[in-house]
Ligand binder design. Structure first.
Ligand SMILES: [Mg+2]
Length: 178
């Protein structure tokens, strides 16, 4: 099966956070508070996915209050933090949304993502992912984590599903309301 055929079946896009939606940098203040940077174009990709009825979510091993805010702003359907066993969460998500793993796309960067990547219909890696991760992925972004890799992954899915005309129309509707 080609990557494009795999992408056509996708109904939900799941993402890792650190090193995927971010470049992996975590700035730690002396107070213990952490600071991470997200890329605005990844956010736009998530908005476009929602416009055409795709669901989205994050599964991350870490826990951060800032992610909670970012995820709420982006209206993600699934937010799972502090998860060591990402595979169990994938099973749980499939069950609750009545989806097959072949209908899920996942993008990650490191070894903690391997088990999920091996199970989903479309597995994506950021350009600077660990070599073992790239080995099991169908799609490897040209951009690194936190620099638009997620947008590239979403764009690929939207292209395979022939959604650009619909997205343009819906974006126009949105700007007209404002
Ligand atoms: Mg990661």
């Amino acid at each position: 099966m080609t990557n494009s055929e795999r992408a056509k079946k996708i109904k939900m896009i799941l993402m890792d956070v650190d090193g995927t939606l971010t470049d992996g940098t975590i700035l730690v203040f002396s107070s213990g508070e952490e600071l991470k940077a997200y890329h605005v174009r990844d956010g736009m990709g998530i908005l476009m996915a929602h416009l055409v009825g795709l669901k989205t979510g994050v599964i991350t091993g870490k826990t951060s209050p800032a992610l909670e805010k970012r995820a709420a702003k982006l209206q993600l359907d699934e937010i799972h933090q502090g998860i060591m066993d990402k595979k169990s969460i994938l099973d749980d998500i499939c069950q609750r949304h009545h989806l097959q793993p072949t209908e899920i796309a996942y993008i990650g960067d490191d070894l903690g993502d391997l088990e999920v990547l091996k199970r989903v219909g479309l597995a994506g890696a950021v350009a600077d992912a660990h070599p073992q991760v790239k080995n099991v992925c169908h799609f490897i972004a040209t951009k690194p984590g936190g620099r638009g890799a997620v947008r590239e992954f979403i764009d690929f899915i939207l292209t395979a599903q022939d959604k650009w005309e619909e997205i343009e129309e819906k974006l126009t509707e949105l700007t007209q309301i404002k």
